[in-house]
Write a protein that binds this ligand. Structure first.
Ligand code: 3PG
Length: 305
């Protein structure tokens, strides 16, 4: 059977080699579409039984064209790029690869945080992470890695997540927080790890951001949609001490950079999961999951039940 890997942002070469080995050892054919257009995807997916993507959009048009498709694996955590209702309507199983790229995203949180508090390395005296407070907004796989690394920097870490038991946070050396306002009010840094859902979209708004203490830094490696961009611009204008850094560029990024300069930082392209290690982990996990699903319907990480 044909398995299509369609990635606008290509995996590292070693990951592609690993994916190919898994696919070919199982007797399938690998087709690689890197940096392709939507039209390319629609053409190539027509006779594919399995599809591996990253943040690539898989919508009704793609499912309608994919006559043989049985399984889509999003090599990564968030699956807001895949139309789950359409997948189900077309009888296609959708899975993600939980945890496989989370360390890479967590490391970038600190890469960007240090850049910001050292004033973009412009020569002026900056500040340190040690002794500062960090609030983790959602304690999933990335949030846990962020907590672990923050402790290495000597930060005091707390987290908000209604789905995680207090004792699990305490076991990780993290103070559980039960009010979203407290999370924003009491932390020098807040790091977002919520998924983009109908409930979370635009949920990080002015009322929350303006609660941050003097010099607060908000870090977004989650999704641009969870921030209310107009609110963000308003708070940045009203509070000259607040800073915002993101691996998921807001739509108004250019205007923010022009207006607020070094108080904002955006990676040119979403880079959180873009390491060889994360690509290998997530890519090979995705390939194994596709192969297992095509073999006997294996669906442990199915998200469209
Ligand atoms: C994820 O949801 O796994 C991350 O946002 C990484 O996305 P990417 O595969 O597009 O880099």
């Amino acid at each position: 059977m044909k398995i299509l890997v369609a990635t606008e942002k290509p995996f590292a070469a070693a990951a592609v080699t690993g994916i190919r080995e898994v696919v070919e050892e199982a007797g399938h054919e690998l087709v690689l579409l890197e940096k392709g257009t939507k039209a390319d995807l629609i053409e190539k997916v027509a006779d594919a039984a399995g599809l591996i993507v990253r943040s690539d959009i898989v919508d009704k048009e793609v499912f309608d064209a994919a006559k043989e498709l049985k399984v889509v694996v999003r090599a990564g955590a968030g699956y807001d790029n895949i139309d789950l209702a359409e997948a189900t309507a077309h009888g296609v199983c959708v899975m993600n690869t939980p945890g496989q790229n989370s360390n890479a995203v967590a490391e970038l949180v600190f890469g960007m945080a240090v850049l910001m508090i050292r004033n973009h390395y412009n020569g002026k005296a900056g500040s340190e992470l040690k002794g500062k407070t960090l609030g983790i907004h959602a304690f999933g796989q990335v949030g846990r890695n962020v907590a672990r690394i923050a402790q290495g920097f000597g930060m005091q870490v707390s987290a908000l997540d209604p789905w995680v038991k207090d004792e699990d946070m305490v076991a990780a050396g993290v103070t559980p927080v039960h009010s979203i306002e407290e999370l924003y009010k009491n932390n020098n840094f807040v790091s977002l790890h919520i998924p983009a859902t109908a409930e979370t979209k635009k949920s990080v708004n002015k009322a929350l951001i303006e609660l941050m203490p003097k010099g607060g830094v908000l870090i977004n490696t989650a999704r641009k949609e969870v921030i209310d961009e107009d609110s963000l611009a308003e708070v940045l204008a009203e509070r000259e001490d607040i800073r915002y850094i993101a691996d998921v560029k807001p739509d108004n990024a250019e205007a923010l950079v022009e207006k607020f300069g070094d108080r904002v930082f955006f990676t040119p392209k979403k880079m959180g999961a873009q390491t060889a290690e994360a690509n290998i982990n997530a890519g090979i996990a995705a390939a194994k999951q596709v192969v297992a699903n095509l073999k006997d319907g294996w669906n442990r990480f199915q998200v469209n039940k």
